[in-house]
Design a binder for this molecule. Structure first.
Ligand code: TYM
Length: 444
């Protein structure tokens, strides 16, 4: 299988150098590699969390779409779409919401930052916090897991969201007893992990310290660069290149040799005004040709709309059938073909005709699991576990394909033991069926 790479940008503002260097440029590079299937999208549902200005959302969607294409994205090669054109995304988001611990969301940086600010202001800790902001990482998990992305190129600010996505995916896989979701890995461009803005803090729409990528043309770019905050060392005085964010921005756009030369010039006393001039020239070299394409695209929004519609159709070829499989897995099935205990012999297993483990809580609230056969029939029902991790270890032991090491026979009945305790009992005559299903699972 090809490596799936996926990333998105929230459509709540004008794309800036940080978005470009942290996400767009590395993603476009990744999409040209052999063996890569790339999924890039406009995160417009995410935008609603931060912005309630419809004009701004609409404008930003256009600008960000035009930016991706102007920066070299080949919309034929990659799957390029708008999040809100895929109804499966909010549906998956809800399923994931139902398996995500509230405690996990309590730890999210963006939420914690809002709470800290409220505490400083001595107002209610949740003042101004919407449920959108609170559960934002779950929507992001839905974006990533919908396409089972292996790699997610993002800036450093998104690392925690990726960790949460992995947690949520694991929880779903465990609860519904299948490898539904791949655990994604974050991909960080180390040189630009966090591009600083005009004031040295992370370049961000929220801090109003951005350098716009294309909007406003070369004039706006230059005006922003001239506002980059520097120290007061005069021309001729040696500068601390490593400590200057102007140098950090330059380095993100230059080859190692160019960056080394710029650094030496600063250390030898290059004036900040001249340094800004050199930075403008370096940026223009990379961005000017793209800016022309950007202007052409912005003048033809209907062309952008066509590209996005085609992208949505391509994306839904994957998201619609996958969502159908997930609906089956959680039990949102047609009334005519119930699976699991008492299933009709014709019914297919939730995993599309594959044997699978299903975890659940019994009436006492204890943890148990079943192994279902290819027809959805019950092959094994576990004992109860107070600790879900012990249940998980028992499933792992069974999946590992060493049934004989777990098995003891007492007449017509068989017992399976893990970690010194019996985890399930069954009639010995059903062992061949169990063996077959476990062998099938081990081979998957
Ligand atoms: P957003 O829109 O804030 O930023 C888009 C991408 O740009 C990166 N970025 C930066 N990189 C380096 N330096 C900076 N100063 C800088 N500012 C922004 C971000 O790290 C990000 O990669 N939640 C996401 C959007 C999203 C998403 C997803 C991303 C929604 N679903 C699924 C990946 C996968 C966000 O708000 O990014």
């Amino acid at each position: 299988m090809n490596t799936r790479v996926l990333t998105g940008i929230t459509t709540s503002g004008t794309p800036h150098l940080g978005n470009y260097a942290g996400a767009i440029r590395p993603s476009i590079r990744a999409s040209t590699q052999a063996g890569v299937d790339a999924f890039y999208f406009l995160a417009d549902y995410h935008a609603l969390i931060k912005c309630d200005d419809p004009q701004r959302i609409a404008r930003s969607r256009l600008e960000i779409a035009a930016t991706w294409i102007a920066a070299g994205l080949d919309a034929e090669r990659v799957t390029f779409y708008r999040q809100s054109d895929l109804p499966e995304i909010p549906e998956l988001c809800w399923m994931l919401t139902c398996v995500t611990a509230k405690g996990l969301m309590n730890r999210a940086h963006a939420y914690k930052a809002s709470v800290d600010q409220n505490l400083l202001k001595q107002v209610d800790p949740d003042d101004g916090v919407t449920m959108g902001l609170f559960s934002y990482p779950i929507l992001m998990a839905a974006d990533i897991l919908m396409f089972n992305a292996h790699k997610v190129p993002v800036g450093r600010d998104q690392i925690q969201h990726l960790e949460m996505t992995r947690d949520i995916a694991q929880r779903f896989n465990h609860l519904y007893g299948g490898d539904y979701f791949v655990l994604p890995e974050v991909q960080i461009e180390e040189d630009v992990a966090t591009l600083p803005g005009l004031d040295g803090r992370k370049m961000s729409k929220s801090y109003d310290n951005t350098i716009p990528l294309f909007e406003g043309g070369a004039g706006a770019l230059r005006a922003a660069v001239m506002r980059i905050v520097t120290d007061s060392r005069a021309p001729g005085e040696p500068k601390d290149a490593e400590g200057s964010h102007l140098y950090t921005i330059y380095r993100a756009f230059a080859s190692p040799a160019e960056a080394a030369q710029f650094r030496t010039q600063l250390e030898q006393g290059l004036g900040w005004g001249d340094a800004k001039q050199l930075l403008c020239e370096r940026l223009e070299q990379e961005l000017a040709p793209m800016r022309e394409r950007y202007a052409e695209l912005m003048a033809r929004p209907e062309r952008i709309e066509d590209i996005l519609q085609a992208g949505a159709a391509k994306a839904r070829k994957l998201s619609a059938p996958f969502m159908a499989r997930l609906r089956e897995a959680v039990g949102l099935r047609a009334a005519a073909k119930p699976a699991g205990k008492g299933a009709s012999a014709k019914g297919k297993g939730a995993a599309g005709g594959k044997a699978r483990f299903v975890s659940f809580r019994d009436e006492q609230g204890l943890f148990r699991f079943r192994l279902l056969g290819t027809e959805g029939q019950e092959l094994l029902l576990s004992e109860s576990f107070a600790d879900p991790k012990a249940a998980g270890r028992a499933v792992q032991a069974l999946r590992s394909g060493v049934l004989d090491e777990l098995l003891s026979l007492e007449g017509q009945s068989a017992a399976l033991s893990v970690d010194g305790r019996v985890v399930a009992r069954l009639a010995a005559e059903h062992l061949p069926q169990l063996r077959g299903a476990l062998a099938e699972l081990a081979a998957q």
